[in-house]
Design a protein around this ligand. Structure first.
Ligand code: GLV
Ligand code: MN
Ligand code: MN
Length: 425
């Protein structure tokens, strides 16, 4: 990989000033101790006791760095480093500390702790900025426990209502609102009351392009759009041994055909389209009972809105046909959506400029995953920075990055944030 100019030990702000990569890495490793997974990664799902512990650790680090905390009604954490101009809106930096059930150590976590490292480095150097800088931990980015993903940033952006968020249920029937109160992170700030001068998010790529092209930095120009379509299929519970094939109302078979059909629709929409199913529930889920009910969520994505809309209507129409042929009942409920996003050109230019002056190898990138930045972009100038991850692997406990990649991304974040927050001394 291209590493760029060597790290400067001098504690003065210049074009070549770097963040403290060892401190950043230590913080990443310390956070990874909370909610360990079963294969070297993490299970720190949103609104669990482990999430509360991760939040408390982050809070303690931020307070030690002199940041002051605000928490809103959906548990979003805002840690403020004061600016010099009382009228200047803050520059926000953030991502998420929650993980998938078998998640990696860096998805989201890097963006939050890189924000903290930016603030710590500003302290080291005695930097003052016109605009405050606020490090944010968004609640429930992953959507693994409560659909949809990016739930709390969606409420912040005014795209989802507070009541909708509170009513979301996990697989055990526990609600988001109750679980947020239970772990002690239901704050009092009105969601979305804060106004942003700008929003930056650093994230691992979660795809293979940067590593394959030996790039240190992805300058993210767009994010692809998404639909999550929850299918509920109704069949007839019956004995798997004694029910003749012709007499079955087989919701499991309908599900299998729909999975094949989703694959075909996505392949027909190549390039720049994906589709698949990651979650399903059979009921009663017994080996010798044909399922009476099957629930699963189709995830489709594309950076092209027309293509995304067409895929959705094809999947809904063909799904209904498949079920009708088999006599299976079918309802389809959208449980997650955002349109493709174009990030703010001025901020994209700031990221590209920072990568260039630091000597990192960079390229433009479209984000394949969804991020809180997608909702922030609705209410503020927004962009993202990406760094590589090994083999493009993410949403897997084996997700890995190098300390140099983490540092490069954070260096670029640092310089882009300083440019936007305007150094005054
Ligand atoms: C968020 O992690 C997503 O599903 O892209
Ligand atoms: Mn993420
Ligand atoms: Mn994720």
């Amino acid at each position: 990989m291209t590493t760029g100019p060597s790290r400067s030990g001098a504690l003065t702000l210049g074009d070549n000033t770097r963040i403290d990569s060892a401190r950043l890495w230590d913080s990443l490793m310390a956070m990874a101790q909370i909610g360990p997974g079963i294969a070297g990664g993490n299970n720190r799902q949103t609104l669990t006791d482990e999430d509360a512990q991760g939040r408390a650790l982050f809070q303690s680090w931020c307070e030690a760095a002199g940041l002051s905390m605000g928490v809103d009604e959906v548990g979003n954490m805002f840690m403020t480093r004061a600016g010099e101009d009382p009228d200047a809106l803050p520059v926000y930096v953030g991502s998420h500390l929650d993980t998938q059930p078998t998640g990696g150590k860096y998805d989201g976590v890097l963006g939050v702790l890189a924000g903290l490292e930016v603030a710590r480095r500003m302290n080291d150097l005695g930097i003052k900025t016109k605009h405050p800088v606020v490090i944010t931990n968004w609640t429930n980015e992953e959507g693994a426990r409560f659909a949809p993903a990016m739930l709390a940033s969606g409420v912040f952006a005014g795209e989802l209502s507070l009541d909708y968020a509170y009513a979301r249920k996990d697989m055990e029937g526990k609600s988001f609102g109750d679980e947020l109160a239970r772990i002690g992170w239901r704050g009092t700030e009105k969601v979305g009351a804060r106004k942003m001068h700008a929003y930056y998010e650093l994230h691992i790529e979660q795809g293979p392009i940067l590593e394959a092209e030996e790039c240190d930095i992805g300058v993210v120009t767009h994010c692809q759009g998404l639909w999550w379509l929850e299918f509920t299929l109704t069949g007839k519970e019956a004995h798997t041994g004694s029910t003749p094939m012709k007499m079955r109302t087989n919701a499991g078979l309908a599900m299998a055909r729909i999975l094949e059909m989703v694959q075909e629709v996505a392949m027909d929409a190549q390039p720049d389209a994906v589709g698949g199913v990651g979650q399903m529930q059979f009921s009663p889920n017994s080996r010798n009972v044909l399922p009476g009910k099957v629930v699963f969520t189709v995830d489709i994505r594309s950076p092209d809105l027309e293509k995304l809309t067409k895929m959705r209507s094809q999947i809904e129409a063909r799904g209904a046909e498949i079920c009708a042929e088999l006599g299976v009942g079918c309802t389809i409920e959208p449980v997650g959506h955002f349109d493709p996003v174009t990030f703010t050109p001025e901020l994209v230019t700031a990221v590209r400029g920072a990568a260039q002056k630091l000597g990192y190898k960079y390229r433009d990138l479209v984000s394949g995953a969804g991020h809180d930045a997608c909702w922030a972009a609705k209410v503020a100038p927004t962009t993202m920075v990406m760094c590589p991850c090994v083999g493009g692997l993410s949403h897997n406990e084996a997700e890995e990055i190098s300390p140099d990649w983490a540092a490069a991304g954070t260096d670029v974040l640092f310089h882009a944030v300083l440019e936007t927050a305007q150094v005054v001394e």
